[in-house]
Design a protein around this ligand. Sequence first.
Ligand SMILES: [Fe+2]
Ligand SMILES: [Fe+2]
Length: 312
Amino acid sequence: MTSQQQRFEASIARECAIEPQDWMPDDYRKTLVRQIGQHAHSEVVGMLPEGNWLTRAPTLNRKAILLAKVQDEAGHGLYLYSAAETLGCAREDLYQKMLEGRMKYSSIFNYPTLSWADIPVIGWLVDGAAIVNQVALCRTSYGPYARAMVKICKEESFHQRQGYEACMALAQGSEEQRQMLQDAINRFWWPSLMMFGPNDDNSPNSAKSLAWKIKRHTNDELRQRFVDNTIPQVEMLGMTVPDPALAWDEASGHYRFGEIDWSELNEVIHGRGQCNHERIDAKQKAWERGAWVREAALAYAEKQQRQREHAA
Ligand SMILES: [Fe+2]
Ligand SMILES: [Fe+2]
């Protein structure tokens, strides 16, 4: 082991954050670029299913909340692209890879939002699952990623609460509203559990990420934490989850739940989800239509630079 490697391993062992100027193994850098890049893409693609309901929110209040949430997600994307750039890759390059299907984003966003109830349920379950993942990432070993997560987690917690509060309003509403809520839970429950990734015995990259303290908990540990947090909330709403195997296990102090149908997730990951094409198509169009904004911003920055040089 070289002295650089030894220093790196010692920093990881002592829980000292790795910073952009520090030496790091190539694989560590690559793993982070992939993970932070995918995370950034998920934030910005995740704006689409909810953005779809901005013009149809049932009240002005709900619309204002949803607008704020969707804007937050754009901000999360920006923090994360910036964190990825500290690893020496260009934001535009990462973004192009996503547009060309060479980098992934979370498959949860390839499901359609069919009714208004999907919006509260996404806030509650999808952002709720994201928080469980992201709270753990506040202690990830790469400094810029960990610091981005601290701010993101505060906003995610608002997202989760606004979702649950809106679910509560539906749960206390008419029979039709209650059915709409139950239907949304039925559709989003399993995809939310899949957000934590494959089971531990089928997750080849996990061991390395755990050793480097990029990941602090395994996929199955985080999934269990999410189920344990969420089931009492489901009960409070007077709703159910579509899992006949769900049961409280007194001995372990955890909920037991049924087997996940990974074949469904694989279909979505391989581009055969209901909205894969629609999402990429929307992002490509936005990229093309936004060209003039990028050009104008660059021209303005250059003009400012020239003026500063002139004044100096
Ligand atoms: Fe987010
Ligand atoms: Fe969020």
